[in-house]
Write a protein that binds this ligand. Structure first.
Ligand code: DC
Length: 223
């Protein structure tokens, strides 16, 4: 039988990953956070001094791709060459640069191939920017999650403060706005509402309402 693929796209900090995680747990599916994959590659580039405020050595990072293993085999944690880097990929340092990595077509091709491999292994809930539009245009069911800038900023700020990162709310909002611009205006796979996607809003519903709406739609499709 064909694998079931549920996609959740949307801008950063709209609550995609929280919703994806809850849906995956409910149905016993694997959750793949595709944003974490781009973040892992960004962390690698920063760790190896290929990406900083002053430079981005795209050519060297492209040459290193065959040696870079990004996976989710251990529970739902993002792993880079065998190391769990869940906290590292959520840092402001990575957030500030990840859109620069994600706009390069060579890195997108690398990720899309990996995401399709992961989707071929079993039933998945995958969240990101281009999952319903490019990675799995024939997904079983597609969602697009929206939320106001205020809700998104507060979500990301609370996450970072909980992790002990010294950020201001203004810094978080500026980072989200900058990434929105780059993610929506890049040439390769910009953020769009995928064809046939069900649009949900995190402003009106909150997470429990979103979960109820999404699972009702999924049950209709699967039963
Ligand atoms: O969802 P997130 O904030 O963790 O995503 C981090 C960055 O990765 C985001 O700024 C854009 C990029 N991204 C992408 O281009 N395509 C995806 N499928 C997922 C994320």
């Amino acid at each position: 039988m064909e694998c079931i693929i549920i996609t959740i796209d949307g801008a950063s900090s709209t609550g995609k990953s929280s919703l994806a995680k809850a849906i995956a747990k409910h149905y016993g599916f694997k959750h793949i956070d595709s944003g974490a994959m781009y973040r892992a590659l960004t962390f690698y580039a920063q760790d190896y001094n290929l990406l900083s405020d002053h430079k981005f050595d795209v050519e060297t990072l492209i040459a290193r791709l065959p040696t870079i293993d990004i996976d989710f085999t251990k529970k739902d944690s993002i792993m880079l060459n065998g190391q769990i880097i869940e906290d590292e990929v959520r840092s402001m340092e990575v957030s500030n640069k990840v859109s620069l990595v994600a706009k390069e077509p060579q890195f997108r091709q690398f990720m899309v191939a990996k995401q399709r491999q992961l989707g071929a292994k079993g039933n998945v809930v995958m969240d990101g920017r281009d999952i319903g539009s490019v990675v799995f245009p024939n997904a079983t069911i597609k969602f697009f999650l929206e939320a106001s800038m205020e809700v998104r900023t507060n979500r990301r700020y609370a996450e970072l403060i909980e992790k002990g990162e010294p950020v201001s709310i203004g810094e978080v909002q500026a980072n989200i706005a900058k990434r929105d611009y780059i993610d929506s205006n890049r040439d390769d796979s910009p953020l769009i509402v995928p064809e046939n996607a069900i649009v949900l809003s995190n402003d009106k519903e909150g997470m429990s309402g979103l979960f109820a709406l999404a699972t009702a739609e999924i049950d209709k499709r699967l039963l």
